[in-house]
Design a protein around this ligand. Structure first.
Ligand SMILES: *[C@@H]1O[C@H](CO)[C@@H](O)[C@H](O)[C@H]1NC(C)=O
Ligand SMILES: *[C@@H]1O[C@H](CO)[C@@H](O)[C@H](O)[C@H]1NC(C)=O
Ligand SMILES: *[C@@H]1O[C@H](CO)[C@@H](O)[C@H](O)[C@H]1NC(C)=O
Ligand SMILES: *[C@@H]1O[C@H](CO)[C@@H](O)[C@H](O)[C@H]1NC(C)=O
Ligand SMILES: *[C@@H]1O[C@H](CO)[C@@H](O)[C@H](O)[C@H]1NC(C)=O
Ligand SMILES: *[C@H]1O[C@H](CO)[C@@H](O)[C@H](O)[C@H]1NC(C)=O
Ligand SMILES: [Cu+2]
Length: 579
């Protein structure tokens, strides 16, 4: 709201009403919202976010680097015809800050240190809900933030624990805060990570405001010979999310909860109707007639995407989440859940058309929600230059072979049940893992270096993308529950999968794990009414070497649903690694 309309408002209305408007920034009638279908698609060029190196080269030798990355409030143009939007952005300076933030390029085996600095104002730009378990500065001023590097293998003190939050200038810190500078050793396998906010109860709003960015660990010695498309022109991170806007350009989030008497603001899932890629709504990209690599990060709060090309052009998958798969897999459509990463090569020389649209047809909520419409079914339009060119890049037949999950060394089996609680009117109030709130003492306490089998039992109607910090997992199988109602009734009573005979119920049809998702993952979509069996490794996947840091230190790790609205309320549990 700029000065002139505010003055007019002051003259026209009593101060009380104005104050109320200012205090409830997102209370708004639908006529103040932008109708996304009226925005012209494919008018803004797809940006490449600024790239910063997490290492420096001294006399030809790569050396550790210390970065300072700030969080700033600024304005960002999401579309040619939208007014600038107030956002929270990561950047090395306020001027250079972007949404998404800069892409950090790290080198395998070379330490990157980052001091994440909060320069945010006292008040949030989005509504949030103090009735869910939430980081709360004792002065009630300042915005709690903390950064998690998703997919990273690093010590707990650098993991961005939800209660290790800090406000502007580190003025106030959460109960588990330990240090200003985070250490990312980058000793893991090469691949795609992303960094994003993780503050207790604020993750959904801090990400909606813009606090996300991509992070790539490269290993030139073993990736070079693959000869995949490389260099900043042909190897592009794409961060995809959905947002709704008000006519003044601000991000719209409903400030009325679905159960306002219990939680005044919290809603079970956020959906926006504009699809944003690298900070622009439905951008366009001019490409050459050759291969490109796209590392696609789904950074939506709750939207799933099923991507396909409108002219049948295909995708060749080379990695999923943070790790390469063994052999490339070609698909003509694929599903990505929130926070999952798909790494694909697209060969535009195979397109019969000069333009092609990357589209989406996943229902929301996935899988049984609304069908997509004109706005949220389109993602990017590619304009393909006519001249063919010599393309020396390729997709090799073999990518990267990691030792398989060793099931004979499994030291522990766990059952993780997902519960949703509702009012009598069937409106969700909160969600728990294993019927326990986040604050209850850790029950998942794997030994460092161990391998475990987890059976994840989805007792809700939603597909929950489960994310485990530190550990990587392979999805072994997904089996439908027979008599799910009977099983659920027993679980509601006892919360004990063995007592409720999960083995007798998990005998329904099997759902095949897609070939491109059979690598080592850190998030997977847990289908409703299914038991998903995963094998989790609490060590590196590419070597038997020990982590090289103390994974058993406080404040430990977490695992959670990556639908951010669920994670915040409070589908998250501590993960305490022990000796
Ligand atoms: C930190 O707190 C002090 C005293 O409460 C306040 O004066 C100052 O503005 C705060 N600094 C920041 C960066 O919020
Ligand atoms: C906001 O949420 C409330 C409660 O679920 C709902 O009644 C209302 O229609 C929503 N507003 C908009 C603009 O979607
Ligand atoms: C993106 O992630 C959200 C939330 O994790 C998920 O609901 C959605 O399906 C994902 N979309 C794609 C395309 O992966
Ligand atoms: C692509 O080209 C084919 C053949 O020329 C045409 O039939 C089709 O409609 C085109 N598709 C798009 C999406 O332009
Ligand atoms: C790790 O150790 C096991 C058993 O000693 C061995 O079979 C495996 O090949 C080793 N893996 C690596 C990557 O060295
Ligand atoms: C789990 O989630 C899916 C939606 O993805 C739902 O259909 C199913 O009923 C849920 N429950 C179980 C036990 O899988
Ligand atoms: Cu969930």
């Amino acid at each position: 709201m700029d000065g002139a309309p505010l003055l007019k408002l002051l003259k026209l209305t009593c101060l009380g009403v104005v104050l109320q408007l200012l205090l409830l920034p997102s209370s708004t009638s639908e006529d103040k919202l932008v109708d996304a279908s009226k925005l012209e698609m494919f008018v803004d060029e797809l940006p490449d976010m600024p790239r910063i190196h997490g290492y420096e080269v001294v006399h030809g030798v790569p050396k550790s680097k210390s970065l300072k990355i700030g969080m700033y409030k600024k304005k960002w143009k999401f579309h040619r015809d939208l007014p600038p939007t107030p956002v929270f952005a990561y950047g090395v300076t306020k001027h250079k800050a972007t949404v998404p933030g800069p892409t950090i390029e790290a080198l395998h085996g070379v330490n990157t240190y980052v001091t994440w600095q909060n320069h945010l104002p006292q008040k949030h730009i989005l509504p949030w809900d103090p009735t869910i378990p939430t980081a709360r500065p004792h002065t009630n001023k300042g915005i709690p933030t903390v950064v998690h590097l998703h997919g990273g293998i690093h010590a707990p003190q650098s993991d961005g624990n939800s209660n290790a939050w800090f406000t502007s200038g580190f003025n106030q810190t959460g109960p588990l805060w330990t240090q200003k500078t985070y250490h990312y050793p980058n000793n893991q396998h090469p691949g795609n990570l992303w960094y994003h906010d993780h503050a207790m109860g604020l993750t959904r709003v801090n990400l909606l405001a813009g606090l996300i960015g991509s992070y790539i660990i490269r290993h030139p010695l073993i990736e070079g010979p693959l000869r995949l498309p490389h260099g900043s022109t042909f190897d592009r991170p794409l961060i995809v999310f959905d947002r709704s806007f008000r006519k003044d350009g601000s991000i719209y989030m409903n400030s009325t909860g679905n159960n306002p008497t219990i939680h005044p603001q919290w809603q079970p899932e956020y959906f926006g109707d504009a699809i944003i890629v690298n900070g622009k709504a439905w951008p366009r990209m001019t490409v050459r007639r050759r291969k490109y690599r796209f590392r696609i990060i789904n950074a939506s709060n709750a939207r799933f995407f099923r991507f396909f090309f409108t002219n049948g052009l295909r995708f060749t998958h080379v990695a999923c989440d943070s790790s390469y798969i063994e052999e490339p897999v070609t698909t003509s459509a694929f599903l990505v859940g929130p926070s999952e990463i798909t790494d694909i090569v697209v060969d535009f020389s195979r397109s019969k058309n000069d333009t092609v649209i990357l589209a989406n047809n996943a229902n929301y909520p996935y899988p049984d929600g609304d069908a997509v419409d004109e706005s949220n079914s389109k993602v990017i339009k590619f304009f393909i230059l006519p001249d063919p060119e010599v393309d020396t890049s390729r997709v090799p037949k073999k990518l990267m072979k990691y030792p398989d999950a060793d099931l004979s060394s499994v030291s522990r089996t766990r059952y993780i049940a997902m519960y949703e609680y509702t009012t009598d009117a069937d409106e969700p109030t909160h969600l728990y893992l294993n019927a326990k709130p986040y604050e209850a003492p850790a029950t998942e306490t794997p030994k460092v270096g161990s391998t475990e089998v987890w059976y994840v039992i989805n007792l809700t109607d939603d597909n929950h993308p489960l994310h485990i910090h530190l550990g990587l997992f392979k999805v072994l199988d997904q089996t439908e529950l027979l008599k799910p109602e009977e099983f659920k009734a027993c679980m509601d009573k006892y919360n004990d999968a063995i007592k409720c005979h999960v083995d007798k119920h998990a005998r329904g049809k099997k759902q095949v794990v897609p070939a491109h998702e059979r690598g080592w993952k850190n998030v997977y979509k847990m289908m409703p009414q299914f038991v998903t069996k995963i094998v989790v490794r609490f060590s590196y996947i590419h070597t038997n070497a020990s982590y090289g840091f103390d994974a058993t230190a406080e404040p430990g790790y977490v695992y959670h649903c990556h639908i951010l609205d669920h994670e915040d309320n409070e589908m998250m549990r501590p993960l305490k690694v022990i000796k």
